[in-house]
Design a binder for this molecule. Sequence first.
Ligand SMILES: [Zn+2]
Length: 81
Amino acid sequence: MKTDRELLPIDQKTEGWTWHLGGRKWHYYRNKRALCGGVLMLIHPSEGYEQGNDSSPENCTACKRKKAAEVYAAAAIGEQA
Ligand SMILES: [Zn+2]
């Protein structure tokens, strides 16, 4: 059985890592909100978000942990199929 995440491929215009002025870390955004729960992104970066590079030391630790947990969960679902 497929999950919604597998049915909907990541759209790099609306989801991925980005950095913004005034922020020191990269956050992982989805639907304009960082995974760590904070900072709303009102305008999507024109060049799109960055995909991959999930373990960069520049990334927000909370976002990184949430993303890693999702990847782990997706892999576990894949193994069961
Ligand atoms: Zn974050």
